[in-house]
Design a protein around this ligand. Structure first.
Ligand code: ZN
Length: 533
């Protein structure tokens, strides 16, 4: 998912509907309240319309826009950003929310109208704290930084990005300062994407998880590595894209309400519930890249395509948090897409498309190859065991930058040192080091990376709950039937959109608070079997 760090404060909810989102709680309301609610929905739709246009401009910038369009695109994003910020903080909206406060107090907290008003109010109150200039500066600076990064990354030119990042850090700190009720600046930044998530919560997950991952990585390193050389043979782009389309539509991605395009750094974005787009990147010498990034983005898109249509054009019409979003993408990418039953079904179709590259390879050898554990330099290509170590490095560096313990000038050295210590590898250049991820080069510093590991942890917890409720899920993977799994996710996660806050959603759907037990058990079982450890 592509984030907009720009202080967009899209409203996520405090509590949520346990009944069907379409239940007509408004039926008992008097005519004047109903009119006020209708006017609120109209104003929220205005905000949503401009947001959709902003998403389309972002998508275009990352797919088809010629480089010459960069400066004007930055101005366009800035202008629309100012317009949407004005709508988000308008006196008319303040007035409507004030008139609806008695209703909010009267309705049960899980009534759909209560969720809508509560979310609209949260969005309004957060946006109102952000001065228009700062919101626009974030957008314009984000777009300019992204354009510069597109040139600097292939050129391995961190020096040219330094002033951009220094400004990003300054803007990120100024943004965090607007929310002094948060204990730590990163809490204020995380609230934007992962509401309710604090530094203390992240540490309570990361600290026990890190030794587990390091121990597993070490045990695996002592075992023979599987042969994965055939993953890097010739895989013509057209056939790769063809296979990717087959896979994502079989998983349930609806091409009538989406499309797949090429980009540099794959992402999912949507302009409405009827237009949820995914992107990918093809490497003709690597069969994994397009395949797994597409399944990943498809997982994000299945979430958005599964949101109750009644929520369209309201603050409830998006995933409830970045971490829950990531739980969906990683569930499909890893727990499904890198599973043995999945490849028992799909390997023959893949091998038929690439007879030369995969001659003499069978489904089991392919399964072992795509699950090879090996410390590497690039997060998005990391295996499931080491992936979260990449995330923890970024998160710790962000915290250090925000606390002023680390300067941007020293970031590449700090990055490389952590890779040496935690993963035992050292980037030969910044292109494969500190320049690799889009996040710091398009948005804020702080607020996002934690969602990847929280999402992985959630994905295993949700998958356990799904399989307990629907035992046919795993057997069905082998015949490429995903109805039971997708159905459970639709019912328990997707349809609620942003109407249930993330940590509450996890607790409600799994019967447990967020914890690392399912994830650790999943990794130990899968990689224990693969490596005999
Ligand atoms: Zn993702």
């Amino acid at each position: 998912m592509k984030e907009h760090a720009s202080a967009s404060a899209t409203a996520p909810p405090r509590t949520a509907p346990t009944r069907d989102p379409s239940a007509a709680d408004a039926a008992d309301l008097d005519a004047s309240t109903r009119e006020t609610l209708a006017e609120l929905r109209r104003q929220l739709a205005e905000i949503n319309n401009v947001d959709g246009a902003l998403s389309l401009l972002d998508w275009d910038q990352a797919t088809y826009m010629p480089r010459g369009g960069g400066p004007a695109r930055a101005r366009q994003l800035g202008s629309l950003g100012r317009i949407v910020h004005g709508l988000r903080t308008s006196p008319a909206l303040a007035d409507l929310l004030a008139r609806l406060r008695p209703l909010e107090e009267r309705l049960p907290p899980d009534a759909p109208e209560a969720a809508l008003v509560r979310e609209a109010r949260r969005d309004f109150e957060r946006a109102s704290r952000v001065p228009t200039d700062l919101a626009a500066a974030f957008r314009e600076h984000g777009a300019a930084t992204f354009s510069a990064w597109m040139v600097a990354r292939p050129a391995n030119d961190f020096a040219s990005m330094r002033p951009y990042l220094e400004r990003t850090l300054e803007l990120s700190r100024r943004y965090a300062d607007l929310f002094p009720e948060h204990v730590h600046p990163i809490d204020a930044l995380m609230e934007e994407h992962d509401r309710g998530t604090t530094l203390a919560l992240v540490r309570s997950i990361f600290e026990p998880l890190k030794p587990e991952l390091v121990a597993l990585r070490r045990a695996i390193a002592a075992r023979p590595a599987p042969d994965d050389s055939f993953l890097y043979r010739d895989y013509p782009a057209a056939a790769q894209l063809d296979f990717v389309r087959e896979i994502v539509s079989t998983l349930g991605y609806d091409f009538e309400r989406g499309r797949l395009d090429l980009t540099h750094h794959p992402f999912m974005t949507k302009t409405s519930l009827g237009d949820v787009r995914i992107t990918t990147r093809v490497d003709e010498r690597n069969v994994e890249r397009a395949l797994f990034s597409s399944i990943h983005e498809c997982g994000h898109a299945l979430y958005e395509q599964g949101i109750a249509l009644d929520f369209e054009a309201t603050p409830l019409a998006h995933g409830t948090s970045a971490a829950v979003h990531e739980s969906q993408s990683r569930l499909w990418e890893n727990l499904v897409g890198r599973s043995r039953p999945f490849w028992r079904h799909f390997f023959s179709s893949l091998a038929a498309r690439f007879p030369e590259a995969l001659g003499g390879v069978d489904a089991e050898a392919f399964y072992r190859a795509i699950n090879k554990v090996e410390p590497s330099l690039v997060r998005v290509e990391a295996d499931e065991v080491t992936y979260n170590l990449h995330v923890m490095i970024r998160f710790d560096l962000e915290v250090a930058l925000l606390e002023g313990r680390l300067a941007i000038a020293d970031l590449p050295d700090a990055w490389n040192a952590r890779y040496r210590d935690d993963l035992g590898v050292e980037p030969p250049d910044d292109r494969l080091g500190v320049l690799q991820d889009v996040h710091w080069y398009s948005a804020s510093i702080g607020g996002y990376f934690q969602s990847y590991t929280l999402g992985n942890v959630m994905s295993a917890q949700l998958f356990d709950a799904a399989c307990a409720a629907r035992p046919e899920i795993v057997p069905e993977l082998e015949s490429a039937r995903f109805d039971a799994l997708l159905g459970w996710l639709r019912e328990n996660v997707h349809r609620h959109g942003a109407a249930v806050p993330p940590l509450e959603l996890i607790e409600r759907t799994t019967g447990k608070r967020l914890g690392i037990e399912s994830f650790v058990r999943y990794l130990r079982t899968k990689f224990g079997d693969l490596y005999g450890v």
